[in-house]
Design a protein around this ligand. Structure first.
Ligand code: GDP
Ligand code: ZN
Length: 457
């Protein structure tokens, strides 16, 4: 990490300001080379924002009027010397200033390289660095909270605690293998089993947050299905709380699928209004139906809407067939117009799903639907208050592998195998957990993690 890197750290486009960030040994020299302080405090002092101009000294061209700051490492984002230049938020000013910094000896940063340096310099562990991506990409308050908790080291602490317990077990095993005749406390299989079960419980506890964590981080895909005119667009609009999809009296008007991103009780939701999955010969509608089937297959969860004021029809039955295997919620809509079939009748055709009676025209039932979604995501054992959740596929995978290794160890304990064999599984568990925080992790995994970052982060 001898070289000094630079990049535009803010989003491209017009804005009040745009920031160039420079990190590395030469950050200060480069800043001095391109920045002329002016006004009352015309001196560059570490950690003092200074007014001045960016000047290309080769041809005396003034590029922009800026505020610049130099921060001496190691207490900086990257743990290196860092300079930041607040330019006007114009692509031209940013591009020219960055170009000048590059000419004066900086190298263009790769995506995520600033954060990668923070990790390689030991300021953040890997799971904390990953939290930075999540913070940037968070779509709801909740996913933001979870990411902040991870950045603060919430997950890291748990992992370190478990690893410490594993280390204790490893020491017990090693001592018993190496000095079996010495005067030390004998490690019985019972004791070993007890310790490993305890560690297994801690891992299990983390894993129990994974499903909620993932849904909060990545969102859930909900497909709305139902024959024409039952209220699909109305549901979509009620959830969006504004008119978006076109609501009409004519059946079959939602020709295409309409996808919306929204936040329901702080859960990111991708909602797809489908044209229905019924048979048709209309070409335009056929296209819509193909898309609906795709949306249906990709959905985590289906909302099936029926018109409770009319008898169940063959179209309802046709759609119902697809629902038996899917996680679904059934809405019996238009309750203001009366109800001509009961819960059992609709369950007979669509499966044994939960049912909510709605009158979407008046927004009746919307709260219940939102509550249903919230309960589904939190699964009853977590609440909106919990911010410590495992939410990253890489972490979940490693926790599962850890669990697997411990199960292997337990099997060997049960059949009283030699301690050396058990030691291998405990060691593997220790290393899998180390990968989460980046202690025992290969370079390609590190590269893969940081490749997901955006430029300038
Ligand atoms: P879609 O074809 O399934 O998308 O259905 P729409 O949402 O376009 O609704 C079709 C028609 O039914 C519109 O005229 C809506 O105003 C009406 N509608 C929707 N929900 C209700 C309801 O709960 N009660 C009544 N009376 N009409 C409704
Ligand atoms: Zn519609």
């Amino acid at each position: 990490m001898e070289d000094t890197i630079a990049a535009v750290a803010t989003a491209y486009g017009e804005g009040g300001i745009g920031i160039i960030r420079i990190s590395g040994n030469k950050a200060f020299d480069i800043l001095k080379d391109i920045f002329e302080p002016g006004g009352e405090f015309a001196e560059i002092v570490s950690r003092r924002m200074t007014y001045g101009k960016i000047v290309d000294k080769d041809n005396n061209e003034i590029i922009d009027e800026v505020l610049a700051v130099y921060m001496k490492g190691p207490k900086t984002y990257t743990a290196e010397d860092v300079a930041e230049i607040n330019c006007h938020g114009s692509i031209v000013a940013l591009r020219k200033t960055l170009g000048l910094a590059l000419r004066k000896g900086a190298r263009m940063a790769e995506p995520g390289e600033f954060t990668k340096r923070a990790f390689l310099n030991g300021r953040l562990d890997l799971s904390q660095a990953e939290a930075v991506i999540d913070i940037v990409k968070a779509k709801t308050d909740k996913s933001f909270d979870v990411a902040i908790s991870q950045l603060e080291g919430g997950l890291s602490l748990k992992i370190m605690e478990i690893r410490q317990k594993l280390l204790d077990v490893l020491v017990d095993i090693t001592v018993n293998i190496d000095y079996p005749d010495e005067d030390i406390e004998e490690l019985t299989y019972e004791k070993l089993e007890e310790n490993i079960l305890l560690i297994g419980e801690m891992i299990e506890k983390l894993l129990s947050t994974a499903s909620t964590g993932r849904m909060i981080r990545e969102g859930i895909r909900i497909a709305i299905v139902g024959k024409p005119n039952v209220g699909k667009s109305s549901l979509m609009n009620s959830l969006l709380k504004e008119i978006r999809a076109i609501v009409t009296e004519i059946p079959g008007t939602t020709r295409d699928t309409i996808e919306e991103t929204l936040s329901i009780r702080n859960i990111p939701v991708y909602l797809v209004d489908t044209a229905g999955i019924r048979d048709t010969s209309d070409k335009v509608e056929l296209l819509g139906i193909e898309k609906s089937k795709e949306a249906f297959n990709n959905a985590d969860f289906i909302i099936f809407i029926t018109d409770g004021s009319r008898p169940i029809s063959s179209e309802d039955k046709e759609i119902g067939k697809y629902l038996k295997e899917k996680k679904s919620l059934i809405l019996i809509n238009k309750s203001d117009l009366g109800r001509v079939f009961d819960d059992d009748e609709i369950r007979e055709i669509a499966g044994n799903h939960d049912i909510i009676e709605t009158s979407l025209l008046n927004g009746k039932g919307i709260e219940d639907i939102e509550e249903f979604i919230e309960n589904m995501v939190y699964g009853g054992h977590l609440s909106q208050k919990d911010s410590m959740m495992v939410n990253n596929v890489r972490h979940i995978e490693l926790l599962r592998k850890s669990r697997g290794s411990l199960e292997d160890a337990l099997k060997m304990i049960a059949s009283k195998e030699a301690l050396d064999f058990i030691e291998i599984d405990v060691k593997n568990t220790y290393e899998y957990l180390g990968e989460i925080i980046g202690e025992t992790v290969s370079d390609d995994i590190i590269d893969e993690v940081f490749a997901r970052f955006c430029l300038g982060k």
